[in-house]
Design a binder for this molecule. Structure first.
Ligand code: MN
Length: 257
């Protein structure tokens, strides 16, 4: 039997489960909201062109309006100034889009502290238990934050000091970017950085270091609780927007049961 036939048989039998890690795209999908004077991205919006009516009697279709960084989406290296000479989203290597994924679970820590930051020690402790991070693969950061995904206020979790959402300590971001073998880093939150990362050194350290190392980000992931710590494969499908800094993406995981 061919390898692909075996995979398809396994998917039909349930021996391999396909898990959807994607947030549905709709006008209520949470987006990052920057304070003035910074420009903000558009919410996702459907603009109806016809629906079996005078504008098109037999067909329904829409224009879509969206930012590149809306819902579950891929950040390309060129998204950040540190990666400005790097790849755009249409140039994502296929070996990055179909790749192994491992999951580090910090849900319990984040329940106690919404501003929790992943440290190098957390990752090295994970490696001591599960083995090295996958060369050319993804580290997915499970925080439980996606349980807030249908409540924009709870998802942003902001007060007068700004948003309080989990992220990555600057030194850990530098280490993941420059010393680990991963190709990308994925989160459940609206961006890869902590809510407080505007005040980090460097600001938005995860973006700064990852993009500067020609690596990739994934955000607003769901269903990470359905993935094992190791052994999953993810399929990331951004739109191939030429020159784009990112794109909404359908992200699927294959998991052996
Ligand atoms: Mn983004």
């Amino acid at each position: 039997m061919s390898v692909l036939s075996a995979v398809l048989d396994a998917a039909r039998s349930g021996a391999v489960e396909v898990v959807d890690l994607t947030t549905p795209l709709q006008s209520s999908t949470p987006i990052l909201e920057l304070p003035p004077p910074f420009a903000n991205t558009s919410r996702f919006r459907l603009e109806e062109l016809s629906r079996y009516d005078d504008r098109g009697p037999a067909w329904y279709w829409n224009d879509i309006h969206t930012g590149e960084h809306t819902g579950t989406h891929l950040d390309a290296p060129v998204h950040w100034v540190s990666g400005k000479d790097g790849l755009d989203v249409s140039q994502a290597p296929l070996s990055t889009l179909v790749a192994p994924a491992v999951v580090i679970d910090m849900t319990a820590e984040v329940e106690k502290d919404a501003d929790f930051l992943l440290q190098i020690d957390h990752v090295t402790a994970w490696e001591a238990e599960h083995g090295p991070l996958p060369d050319g693969g993804w580290l997915l950061y499970r925080t439980g934050w996606s349980s807030r995904g249908e409540d924009a206020v709870a998802f942003a979790n902001a007060d007068e000091n700004g948003p309080h959402t989990p992220g990555v300590a600057p030194e850990c971001a530098r280490w993941l970017a420059q010393e680990s073998p991963i190709t990308g880093f994925g989160t459940e939150t609206v961006g890869t950085d902590a809510g407080a990362a505007h005040g980090f050194d460097p600001p938005f350290a995860c973006h700064n270091h990852l993009m500067g190392a020609n690596k990739w980000g994934l955000t607003s992931l769901r269903n990470l609780d359905a993935l094992p710590p190791t052994g999953a494969m993810i399929i990331v499908s951004p739109l191939p927007i030429v020159g784009g800094s990112g794109s909404p993406a359908r992200v699927l995981a294959l998991v052996e049961r």
